[in-house]
Design a protein around this ligand. Sequence first.
Ligand SMILES: NC(=O)c1ccc[n+]([C@@H]2O[C@H](COP(=O)([O-])OP(=O)(O)OC[C@H]3O[C@@H](n4cnc5c(N)ncnc54)[C@H](O)[C@@H]3O)[C@@H](O)[C@H]2O)c1
Length: 505
Amino acid sequence: MSAIDRGTERAGLVAVVGTGTMGQGIAQVALAAGHPVRLYDAAPGRASRAADAIADRLGRLVAKERLTAADRDTALGRLAPVTDLADLAEAELVVEAILEELGAKQQLFTALESVVSDGCLLATNTSSLSVTAVAGVLRRPGRLLGLHFFNPAPLMPLVEVVRGAATDEAAADRAHATVAAWGKTPVRCADTPGFIVNRIARPFYAEAFRAYEERAADPATLDAVLRESGGFRMGPFELTDLIGQDVNEAVTRSVWEALFHDPKFTPSLAQRQLVASGRHGRKTGHGWYDHSEGAGRPAPHTAEPCEPPGKVALHGDLGPAQGLIGAIEAAGIPVTREPVGAHLALPDGTRLSLADGTTATDDPFAASVRFDLALDYRTATRVALAASAAAPEESLRSAIGLFQALGKEVSVVQDVPGMVVARTAAMLVDFAEDAAARGVASPEDIDTAMLTGVNYPRGPLAWGRALGAPWVRDTLRNLHHACPTGRYAPSQALIRRAAADEKLL
Ligand SMILES: NC(=O)c1ccc[n+]([C@@H]2O[C@H](COP(=O)([O-])OP(=O)(O)OC[C@H]3O[C@@H](n4cnc5c(N)ncnc54)[C@H](O)[C@@H]3O)[C@@H](O)[C@H]2O)c1
């Protein structure tokens, strides 16, 4: 057992270098776990100010009765700002959280290597640099790894434990056990661009931004659909306004560049323009939304009440949307069954089918309406619909009425391929399958990371199993047909999984 395990008398010394936002949070976590902690920062006075800030934060926890005054005092008694790197000599773990610059990090670790003992673990909190490259300059690179905390570190459970090409397995195991002992949720991952979360989360933003560029709907409507139908806690527009458009775009660009401009990771032109215009989100008062004082949040487009159809006919089955049938019957609308197809037919001849990467206009039937994917059709409070270019007004109205009869709000969006949730979910599943197949992380750790790091309503691999890999693959193939840049080409991993699933049928 490592001496830096929680609660032991021998809890080893943890050093935090770089005492800005992340360093302070990480130091607070290590202190709470019972370690003596030393703070070092290159900027004069910064480490002491960080210690004061941590004391303030612990004071606020005491005020909220989440910490006793005695525990706070004991913890603060173990905290010491230092002004000389040599004061970190006894550390058993150094966590670096300095500026995101390869040369600076390499220089720091080179200096640390000659200060700390051989048994000391060295960890970088980098979000976007290669851990392998940071360790490349060291005499003994085996003990350097990534410990990627999320902001705010005291509150966010996830820590990605990143093993560089030269990291010893034992060092990664020790770091993993330490972080687990700190009460965090560690996941192991390979040293690949964006690690787990910042890689797999890209399409959550990119698909919504692209739907906006395609004029599918405005940000408020797309956010509402992703929240209320997709089950995400926040929509991508409001979330990036909170994160900062500059910060979110920088992550997207860095992953895209590190992957040699892979089209699957292409940044958004609309977001680029936002960043270029200085509209960085809440912090500048304007982003996708206006955050200036007194500015209200625009309401999502929501359809007016329409008459529901008296009955519907189910042709074949609806695949991942089959759960809709129970909801229709529960609303008292009779459902008759026909053997062939994958759609609902309304009495006026309208065909309703799940978004699948084609458009309603692609259908040979004029009166065609697509409905978007929902995480769960029973609990979704909103559904997006899109009508074919030639659909009579009445077709759309009866489709709207059907979903309203199930107690849902309806947002009518433009007839773009894959609409909103379907394309987002399909891409997230594909990115997760691809990452698992490439050994970025284990399937379990991928789902854990997306559930705890970005609060997704379901792990993308579990979501993929619920949707069925063949549906995800076919949706992406249809999107790829509509937009043949390579962005939507299903990964080999997804194609293999879909083929294996089909063999089982
Ligand atoms: N902010 C986040 O949301 C977040 C999340 C995860 C990871 N990270 C990563 O964590 C690291 C720190 O980010 P931050 O947001 O806390 O930055 P920050 O700017 O708040 O703090 C950086 C601190 O490092 C100090 N510093 C700079 N060069 C130094 C050096 N050579 N030696 C010692 N101290 C030095 C600065 O004086 C400053 O106090 C970066 O690598 C960043 O990519 C940030």
